[in-house]
Design a protein around this ligand. Structure first.
Ligand SMILES: NC(=O)c1ccc[n+]([C@@H]2O[C@H](COP(=O)([O-])OP(=O)(O)OC[C@H]3O[C@@H](n4cnc5c(N)ncnc54)[C@H](O)[C@@H]3O)[C@@H](O)[C@H]2O)c1
Ligand SMILES: O=c1ccn([C@@H]2O[C@H](COP(=O)(O)OP(=O)(O)O[C@H]3O[C@H](CO)[C@@H](O)[C@H](O)[C@H]3O)[C@@H](O)[C@H]2O)c(=O)[nH]1
Length: 329
């Protein structure tokens, strides 16, 4: 048996590849390297190409007829960008997933673990958010992820392709080996940008909005260590291999931190000043996203181990300090 990992050379995908490798899985990776890095791969066989290229996908499935499960990370995933260029998100995310599901059906692969997101909920009715809460995305990115989840539901009904949809909250941190971490170009995520400011690579961190309905006026997010996310994917593959039905799980720590709190903790971790400049809101941002992950704990047996934000930021800081230019590729 082999696991196909789409987007495996990306940030979260490469940590999942490392987790699969640790337990001796055979791993096949698809990545078009629009964001991914060859150097991020600690195992597996990389096929460089695009999900939407049918001939390329035929080659991958034909050369690896032992693939029994797919973990699907490949997507565009930036809230801000999706508000300016929604077409890019529908094309890569929705059409890309359609291409993948059709090939899975053609090659008789009937298990998929999917990278979904807290952005499917939009502005929450209840905090912490559980899987039964309303899904009403406030940005085009979240809307495409919800469309992808719905597509998987109908491929299950019609073709018996079982899915586990993992709705991650905000991924952060780096692998404990120090070998892999976060390197996006351009970088838009809060924690790496704050750490780039700590390294003096940026003059300051811009805080997008100080007038939200939160205690200090800045947005609140639930930060979860990337290796804890990676572990959940291994558990989800296991669950599907037992013949379980399709399901959806939130993955977060259950504690929210405001943008200002994140910056303060990063100042304490790095010992650097990290200047902050207040700016206007970024379109599409919900004020608060905090997870209830009880269901993942109960049904998947997921037990995130790196829960303290200080430790998560420390692990990211180790990576950024040692690799100030990322993978440098
Ligand atoms: N980073 C987060 O906080 C977060 C939170 C929730 C959900 N997610 C989801 O998790 C997944 C991974 O996120 P990430 O932060 O690791 O992103 P990433 O950009 O680092 O990784 C995505 C990878 O997919 C590849 N890719 C994109 N489109 C492709 C295509 N059409 N064909 C082949 N390869 C393609 C990219 O080159 C990249 O390596 C995404 O689906 C994202 O929506 C991320
Ligand atoms: O320079 C910056 C960057 C971000 N922020 C704010 O920091 C918070 C977190 O932003 P960011 O790190 O960009 O993450 P999100 O927009 O919350 O989105 C991430 O987390 C989502 C899940 O919650 C995922 O689905 C997305 O793919 C992933 O990019 C938001 O309030 C941003 O407005 C700033 O104030 N300044």
């Amino acid at each position: 048996m082999a696991v196909l990992v789409t987007g495996g050379a990306g940030y979260i995908g490469s940590h999942a590849v490392a987790a699969l490798q640790e337990r001796g899985e055979k791993i096949v990776i698809i990545d078009n390297l629009q964001q991914g890095h060859r150097k991020a791969l600690l195992g597996g066989k990389l096929y460089e190409g695009d999900l939407r290229d049918a001939a390329f996908m035929d080659t991958v499935f034909q050369e690896n007829d032992d693939i029994d499960a797919v973990i699907h990370f490949a997507a565009n995933s930036l809230v801000g960008e999706s508000m300016k260029d929604p077409g890019k998100y529908y094309h890569n995310n929705v059409f890309g997933t359609l291409c993948l599901l059709e090939k899975m059906n053609e090659y008789n692969v009937r298990k998929i673990v999917f990278s979904s997101t807290a952005a499917t909920y939009g502005e929450p009715e209840n905090v912490p958010i559980d899987e039964y809460d309303r899904t009403l995305p406030t940005n085009a990115y979240g809307e495409t992820k919800l469309a992808m989840e719905k597509m998987m539901k109908w491929f299950d009904v019609a073709h018996n392709i079982k899915f586990v949809s993992l709705r991650y909250f905000n991924a952060a941190g780096a692998h404990e080996s120090g070998k892999i971490g976060e390197d996006h170009s351009p970088e838009t995520h809060l924690i790496p940008i704050v750490l780039q400011a700590a390294l003096g690579q940026r003059p300051h961190i811009s805080v997008f909005g100080e007038d939200y309905d939160t205690p200090d006026g800045t947005c609140i997010r639930d930060y979860i260590h990337v290796s804890d996310l990676a572990d959940a994917h291994v558990l989800a593959v296991d669950r599907l291999r037992t013949g379980a039905d399709s399901s959806v799980y939130n993955l977060g720590n259950g504690t929210g931190f405001s943008v200002k709190e994140v910056i303060d903790i990063a100042r304490a971790v790095t010992g650097k000043e990290i200047p902050a400049v207040m700016e206007a809101r970024r379109a599409g941002d919900p004020a608060v996203l905090v997870a209830s992950s009880d269901r993942a704990r109960q049904e998947l047996g997921w037990n995130p181990k790196r829960n303290k934000l200080e430790d998560i930021i420390k692990s990211a800081w180790s990576w950024h300090e040692a690799n100030p230019n990322g993978y440098n590729d």
